[in-house]
Write a protein that binds this ligand. Structure first.
Ligand code: GLY
Length: 375
């Protein structure tokens, strides 16, 4: 894979779905360019002085907020930061109504734009607000975490959680643009960076041996956050995701493959009351999916072993803590939105790069695998 650090532009082509296409721009230390590009897109659709709200969380705001806001003001954008407390516990409808009231206080109207600056929670919540505020206003995604840069900022899924489970309220609203500055990853806490690696490994497993082996052989450089490795990984994941979203925006077909590890993973997250992070839960969910794949589809055990090795090198726990009860995981599986009637859908692998949707997973087999992942 290339070591080219120039800014990359990837277009998500959605004309065939009668939607506006949009660009994903990826670079290193491109805050100035991002502000210019946002100014250009605002000038196309609204008076420059129309207020824009930067929705962010308390963590991202304290590290990046001031500098980012200055870059917007420098190019004449009338932007204000609207923060909410960081963490999954803020991903709820109360945060959405509070944010909407703040936007009203700022005088945001239907010509205003929302800029989501933050990780996966910020992107999902800000996108949700954008999709319902005054029946919908445009938003721009500026992802700052590895999970958001490689996955959640692209493709238009927005969501908040309900007490019963994760992402149970949500909409599809494609962003007007996605701007990715890998410089943001330099300040990401180690555990959050590791979390993102679970999604990166997922893309390797879905895409094929070449990208999977790249991750395996370059895990040192990636974990040291070498710019060239980060650019290569982020660009590759974005290209894979754009290809899927272009043909299946609403997750009726191949977009379901992106849920590899997420059926069990989301149930673990919710059963643990979000005391286990998304990435850590997805990692264990992915190991469960690979073991199911070995039992049902004869996927070589070596695939699961390779994934476990990469996860360990990436600092991600590969065992389920005893505090998370198997019965609680199954209770949460029952509220999974990927469920169709009584059928639970699991994404399994016939081989690296060959996913399929299985709805015939026996509860006994899954229970045994979950128990085995505790040792
Ligand atoms: N995060 C999976 C998807 O966007 O479909």
């Amino acid at each position: 894979m290339q070591k080219d650090l120039a800014m990359k532009k990837i277009t998500v082509n959605l004309e065939q779905l009668a939607r506006s296409s949009y660009d994903i721009c990826i670079g290193n230390d491109i805050e100035g360019e991002i502000a210019q590009l946002i100014a250009q897109s605002l000038a196309l659709s609204a008076p420059m002085r129309a207020p824009a709200a930067v929705i962010s969380d308390s963590n991202v705001m304290s590290i990046h907020g001031e500098r980012f806001l200055e870059s917007l003001h420098r190019v004449g954008i009338n932007a204000t930061i609207v923060p909410f407390p960081a963490g999954e516990s803020s991903k709820n409808i109360l945060t959405v109504t509070k944010l909407a009231e703040s936007l009203l206080d700022l005088g945001m109207d239907r010509s205003s734009k929302i800029i989501a600056l933050g990780g996966g929670v910020v992107g999902d919540v800000a996108g949700f607000v954008a999709s319902i505020y005054m029946r919908g206003i445009p938003h721009i995604q500026i992802p700052t975490s590895l999970i958001a840069q490689t996955d959640s900022s692209i493709g238009g899924k927005t969501a908040v959680d309900l007490p019963q489970g994760k992402n149970l309220l949500g909409t599809f609203l494609q962003p007007a643009a996605v701007f990715i500055d890998v410089r943001f990853l330099a300040t990401l806490p180690e555990r959050e960076f590791s979390n993102g690696m679970a999604e990166v490994i997922k893309y390797g497993l879905l895409n094929g041996e070449e990208f999977f082996s790249y991750i395996e052989s370059n895990i040192g450089g990636i974990m040291h956050r070498e710019t060239s490795a980060l650019m290569a990984v982020v660009e590759r994941c974005c290209r894979i995701k754009k290809g899927i979203v272009e043909i299946d925006e609403k997750e009726k077909g191949s977009r379901r493959f992106l849920n590899l590890g997420h059926t069990v993973g989301h149930a673990i997250e919710a059963a643990a009351d979000y005391q286990i992070s998304h990435g850590e839960a997805i990692a264990i969910g992915m190991l469960a999916a690979l073991r199911l794949s070995s039992a049902i589809l004869q996927l070589p055990n070596s695939v699961g072993e390779r994934v476990e090795r990469i996860l360990r090198t990436a600092g991600i726990p590969t065992r389920l803590p005893s505090s998370v009860d198997t019965a609680a995981i199954f209770a949460k599986l029952k509220t999974d939105k990927k469920r169709e009637g009584n059928k639970m859908n699991f994404i399994l692998l016939q081989d690296i790069g060959l996913p399929l949707v299985a709805d015939n997973v026996l509860q006994g087999l899954l229970t045994a695998i979950i128990e085995d992942l505790r040792q």
